[in-house]
Design a protein around this ligand. Structure first.
Ligand SMILES: Cc1cc2nc3c(=O)[nH]c(=O)nc-3n(C[C@H](O)[C@H](O)[C@H](O)COP(=O)(O)OP(=O)(O)OC[C@H]3O[C@@H](n4cnc5c(N)ncnc54)[C@H](O)[C@@H]3O)c2cc1C
Length: 406
């Protein structure tokens, strides 16, 4: 009798996992459950090209319907999985419908962290996670009007760039002493502060938002120090939380995410998990971590598909990320936490292209490469090589990127 694999969540991880199942030899049914109305789509452009109206919703799709049809992958969209019963191997939907599975993949990703401040329910105040959010934001975009962005992380900065492009007056309010404090060195924060300021964005750091005021629609943001900022539009980007509740209620092991091994297997032999919601081992850094990135979701999904088919496909990729703001393409190789030396190559203080190498005990652990694709490629190899490097050579722009490898 044909077996059934159910995938919960229909985004980057699922879009890879489902076709990979076929490639690994799964002959049974594949059913993907997603609570959004769309086939899996590229989420990164939401704060970039889609926000700036350079792409429409149709162009965001990861694969067209025909590609899934070819693999005989069934989607149930606009439905939410409410519970998993591991004893009976069933998933119950919000509608009450019960689906049987032989194998289950949990790809529930993450959701925005919300704030409970006075006035947050006013019209014109938005979060940013899905197409519907951006469509809501777009209704409040108007040239010359004021936008306030709460949170100076990558999503906040990308949104600022996209809104400036559309002629809005943009202010970023960040509680930490600098933007990107959680993810980069102070030198990189300084660079992005300079660029955004040059582009006309006002950045206020060390400032706590206390609430929002307006009559039905937001009119201003009020801060704890008494300062106020006019706002016709507010976008809140203060991080995400993993969607682990479904797995947790089913008794799967949870710790900062759904705990999986290096093959994306949970503590239930019939259940795998991939993407933003997992807490997984990374052999390169020798730690467990939860990552919020598309390459992580896609690569881990390949291992998850193999595991479902009884094969071992190790997931041990070097984490990498990107961010697009204005004409700046930032590519980040590796994880910088724990670095003890920063080496900058290029004119970070005046130009718009440079690389920041993060070293630990002389070895490269991470690199932020702004408009420097060759340095990015080289950095990935240098991190994996794990050799002690000469900082002076890394910093010397006369040395070609490929010669850093020798
Ligand atoms: C604005 C924005 C910009 C980003 N930019 C970048 C970038 O530049 N580079 C990068 O690498 N990453 C970026 N990311 C992060 C990246 O999008 C995520 O890492 C990626 O989407 C993770 O994919 P996923 O499949 O694990 O989960 P998600 O994309 O979070 O998808 C999970 C899906 O499951 C659904 N779901 C959850 N629970 C249930 C349930 N019970 N039943 C049914 N469906 C359910 C959710 O609604 C969602 O549709 C960005 C994210 C955002 C929001």
């Amino acid at each position: 009798m044909s077996q059934t694999c159910i995938i919960i969540g229909a985004s980057h991880a699922a879009a890879q996992l489902a076709p990979s199942l076929r490639q690994e030899g799964w002959e049974g049914k594949i059913i993907v459950l997603g609570d959004e109305a769309y086939l899996p789509y590229h989420r990164p452009p939401l704060s970039k090209d889609f926000m700036a109206n350079d792409k429409n919703a149709e162009e965001l799709l990861i694969r067209p319907q025909t590609a899934y049809d070819k693999f005989n992958i069934e989607f149930k969209l606009g439905v939410r999985a409410e519970t998993i019963n591991r004893d009976h191997k069933t998933v119950t939907l919000e509608s009450g419908e019960v689906l049987n599975y032989d194998k289950l993949a949990i790809c529930t990703g993450s959701r925005v962290r919300t704030v409970s401040l006075p006035g947050v329910e006013l019209d014109g105040i938005h979060y940013l996670r899905d197409i519907a959010d951006v469509e809501g934001i777009k209704e409040d975009v108007a040239p010359g009007k004021s936008a306030v962005i709460v949170g100076g992380g990558y999503i906040g900065l990308e949104t600022a760039a996209a809104l400036r492009k559309q002629g809005m007056q943009v202010t970023i309010l960040e509680m930490a002493p600098r933007v990107l404090a959680r993810v980069t060195a102070p030198e990189i924060s300084e660079f992005y502060t300079r660029v955004h300021t040059d582009e006309g964005v006002i950045i206020k750091t060390g400032i706590a938002v206390a609430g929002f005021e307006g009559d039905k629609h937001v009119e201003r943001v009020v801060c704890a120090d008494g300062s106020q900022f006019d706002a016709d539009l507010v976008v809140i980007g203060v991080g995400i939380v993993p969607n682990i509740e479904l797995a947790e209620a089913a008794g799967l092991e949870i710790e900062n995410g759904i705990v999986v091994d290096e093959y994306a297997r949970t503590n239930d032999p019939d259940i795998v998990s991939a993407g933003d919601c997992t807490y997984h081992p990374n052999s390169i850094y020798g730690i467990r971590l939860r990552l919020e990135s598309v390459p992580n979701a896609s690569d881990q999904a390949k291992s998850a598909a193999a595991s479902i088919c009884g094969k071992d496909k190790l997931y041990s990729a070097l984490p990498w990320f990107w961010s697009d703001q204005y004409d700046l393409k930032l590519q980040i190789a590796g994880l910088s936490q724990g670095y003890d030396q920063l080496v900058v190559r290029g004119d970070k203080d005046n130009g718009r292209s440079f690389t920041a190498f993060y070293l630990k005990e002389g070895k490269l652990i991470s690199a932020d490469c702004v408009n420097s694709p060759q340095e990015f490629m080289v950095s990935k190899r240098l991190i994996l090589a794990g050799k002690v490097l000469d900082p002076a050579k890394l910093a010397d722009t006369e040395v070609a990127p490929k010669d850093l490898l020798v």
